[in-house]
Design a protein around this ligand. Structure first.
Ligand code: GAP
Length: 486
């Protein structure tokens, strides 16, 4: 990360805390590693991101329905899905610092350093070796690369490493009152399995015809070896996943369809297309026959936000095997039973949140020849912004607060609003800019005469005078979901 980007990222993190978007969990006890709480504005923004995803996936597709399955599932689910045996990261410990690392992360950092030092060939060849070692799950090969490239522990500076071992990422706990005889259950590491085990329930109760999808938003838990970059890699996070069930043999068409559709969803909020790219997987997960990441350029580089996976019939076949229940679909057109193939779209809500904050954040210099000036502004899409409009009486007297309250009371029925009468109007505009409020409604003396107000637009800072009776309609149009979903 260059110094500027490093600083920018730090500023985004402190801005998120200062304005009530994201706090470290249990902060009064010095926090809990890789666990975060969303504050009063963060939870509004998060809810809007969820709503955007849900509307576009469920409401806009007649053949996609949503569910909300439990976090705890029968332990056999995770045996069947392959997570008990295969959901692991390669880890390595430094014997001097006693710090634990992901072996692949250490190597990736070395690749980045080679690149930064202009050693392009070295970085490319190490990347190739890393990909090969990961693709074949070759732990000794990872250890050999760490040795060969003289990778040192960032804390102790030594090369006194253990062997590379697999580390299962699932959290487990006991279900039942008695420790003895209680069943070991897992906190789900993905929401997808809750969809697979409900495939037949939904298909039959909803009379769904293939191709159709089941969507879900919910918490997932992973005991990440190394958690870093704020809410990028957390131990408790939220996923928005959709499994699309298709006729075997048609999965590549649907894979292409969802790959394009999902990128469109990202771009609809106005993000520059060059901030995104696709990254095809070299190492496919145990269930996939094709997989691509949608990556976003964060201040610390291009990183995965969403995955699109062609999961074949792996999951349903495994659950058939382990449960002994038939999980097949009768295709009335083909007149036969089969296990559908699945295309999955899986996006991390917290990563989408971080993306949204990084993309929106700007420190603007507004200085003129006469005076220095600046503002920090969040250019959030109006539909996603936590607060849609602020109502600001120009002064705290002459009946302006009363009129402002009347306007506020009417608008708050439809929109999340803020009322603010403290400090100068300029300071109040800046406070709203900093939390991404797209519109400020100012009530002045003219309002009392002709029932008009000014609307100040956050990005252009331009103001227009409009009748109070049209405010619902004007704000409604500016923050409508239609602006994102059409
Ligand atoms: N069901 C497929 C699945 O879970 P994944 O690539 O492991 O696939 C999907 O995860 C998405 O979940 C990722 O693209 C990322 O946005 C998010 N995600 C995964 N691990 C995460 C973590 N530790 N913290 C925050 N988000 C995470």
């Amino acid at each position: 990360m260059s110094k500027n980007n490093d600083e920018l990222f730090k500023n985004v993190i402190s801005h998120a805390k200062e304005y009530g978007f994201v706090f470290p969990s249990s902060e009064i006890y010095d926090g809990l590693s890789a666990v975060y709480d969303y504050g009063q504005l963060g939870s509004e923004l998060k809810n809007n991101l969820k709503m955007y995803w849900w509307k576009s996936m469920v409401q806009m597709h007649e053949n996609i329905v949503g569910i909300d399955s439990a976090i705890f599932m029968h332990p056999k689910v995770w045996k069947a899905s392959g997570h008990v045996d295969g959901f692991a990261d390669p880890m390595i410990d430094n014997k001097d610092s006693k710090k634990r690392y992901r072996a692949d992360n250490l190597i990736e950092d070395k690749i980045a350093r080679y690149l930064k030092d202009g050693k392009t060939e070295k970085s490319e060849s190490l990347q190739k070796d890393l990909d090969a070692a990961l693709a074949s799950d070759d732990l000794p090969a990872l250890r050999a690369l760490i040795e060969e490239h003289q990778i040192v522990c960032p804390v102790s500076g030594t090369r006194n490493w253990t062997d590379v071992r697999q580390f299962n990422l699932m959290f487990s706990t006991q279900m039942g009152a008695m420790a003895e005889g209680a069943d070991e259950v897992y906190l789900r590491p993905e929401t997808a399995q809750g969809i697979f085990v409900n495939f037949l329930n939904v298909q039959k109760s909803g009379r769904m015809r293939i191709p159709f999808g089941i969507a879900q938003i919910g918490k997932a838990f992973r005991n990440e070896v190394i958690a870093r970059q704020f809410i990028m890699r957390m131990r408790e996070f939220e996923q928005m996943e959709m499994q699309f069930f298709v006729k075997p043999g048609t999965e590549m068409e649907w894979y292409a369809y969802w790959k394009e559709a999902r990128l469109k969803w990202h771009l609809a909020v106005g993000t520059l297309p060059e901030k995104y790219r696709y990254h095809d997987h070299v190492k496919l997960a145990h269930y996939a026959n094709a997989a691509v990441d949608i990556e976003f350029e964060f201040p610390f580089g291009f990183k995965e936000v969403e995955g699109i996976h062609s999961r074949t019939d792996f999951d349903l076949s495994q659950h058939e095997k382990f449960s002994g229940k038939k999980l097949q679909y009768f295709d009335t057109v083909e007149n036969k039973n089969y296990i559908p193939y699945v295309i999955e779209t899986s996006i991390g809500l917290d990563r989408m949140f971080l993306l949204t904050m990084c993309n929106a954040y700007e420190e603007q210099d507004l200085s003129t020849a006469e005076k220095p000036d600046s503002r920090t502004v969040l250019h959030l899409h109006p539909t996603l912004a936590p607060v849609k409009a602020a109502v600001l009486p120009l002064v705290k007297k002459d009946g302006l607060p009363e009129k402002a309250r009347e306007i506020m009371d009417n608008l708050k029925l439809d929109f999340n609003m803020q009322y603010d009468e403290k400090d100068s109007i300029g300071k109040r505009y800046r406070r709203q800019d900093a939390i991404g409020t797209p519109f400020c409604i100012t009530i002045d003396h003219q309002t009392l005469e002709d029932n008009t107000v000014t609307i100040r637009h956050r990005d252009s800072m331009e103001q227009e005078r409009v009748p109070v009776k049209e405010l619902d309609k004007i704000i409604g149009n500016l923050v409508s979901w239609k602006n994102l979903l059409k």
